[in-house]
Ligand binder design. Structure first.
Ligand SMILES: [Zn+2]
Ligand SMILES: [Zn+2]
Length: 245
């Protein structure tokens, strides 16, 4: 089966397992919202964990919304990197690596927020006790090579932001790290950004909503979802199509 010419996606959404996300951002509610908006493909990208993804993949079955196994990891340099995988197995292998490199700190719910795991009925079933909103011990270079080795794609997140972006933390994009795609915040126009950053012209740009609230899902690319097509679409679909279309 082949991928359509383009599809509408939101590949940066946080579930209630991310401490900064709203409690109503359960996997079931996220998928329902994506169905309502007519999105073709979404990714739930929780901070440093894939805990809600197995359930979310089950809940997405038969809805017409393709869910990409994903995570937003924070590297040792405090760079946020979106990690997309072709299979749940590859994501879970990555999740084990991240777990090993998470600092052994407990979550302070009052300060950071709740970190909630859900079940097939979309009810809360457990809390993740370890603090997730923190830098792991993985370097950017190790992150990108491990994700790539597992068949995934690593995309530095919200590169235009003054914190937790590859440019805010490093000031440049290392040439020896295999990065082809950058994510830009949803409120920026890619063309405008490139006019002020011509040095980034050789990269492909993706936009996700980075939504922490249900109402923000799909708010990227100027409408209900980012239009994934062209060279970026072809690159992403090389691994999307074998599992999602
Ligand atoms: Zn982020
Ligand atoms: Zn995010």
């Amino acid at each position: 089966m082949s991928l359509k010419e383009s599809c509408r996606v939101d590949l940066h959404i946080h579930s209630c397992l991310s401490p900064c996300a709203h409690l109503l951002n359960t996997p079931g509610n996220i998928i329902k919202r994506a169905v309502k908006l007519g999105l073709d493909c979404i990714a739930i990208t929780d901070h440093n964990t894939a805990g809600n993804i197995p359930i979310a993949l089950e809940l997405a079955k038969g809805t017409g919304v393709n869910l990409i196994p994903a995570m937003e990891v924070e590297t040792r340099e405090e760079v946020h990197v979106l990690c997309y995988f072709p299979t749940l197995e590859a994501l879970l292998a990555w999740d084990s690596i991240v777990k090993e490199h998470l600092p052994d700190l407990d979550n302070n719910e009052e300060f950071f927020g709740h970190q909630l795991l859900t079940d097939y009925t979309d009810q809360y079933i457990a809390k993740e006790g370890r603090l997730l909103a923190v830098a792991t011990g993985l370097s950017l270079s190790d992150t990108v090579s491990a994700v790539t080795k597992l068949g995934g794609i690593a995309v530095p997140a919200h590169v235009d932001r003054p914190t937790n972006s590859i440019l805010s933390q490093l000031g440049f994009i290392p040439r020896d790290v295999e990065i082809r795609i950058l994510e830009l915040s949803s409120n920026r126009a890619i063309d405008d950004y490139l006019r002020t950053h011509p040095e980034l012209d050789s990269y492909l740009f993706l936009q996700g909503s980075d939504s922490h609230y249900l109402t923000d899902i799909g708010k990227c690319g100027g409408g209900d979802g980012f239009n994934l097509g062209g060279e970026l679409g072809r690159l992403m679909s090389r691994f999307l199509e074998k599992n999602f279309f």
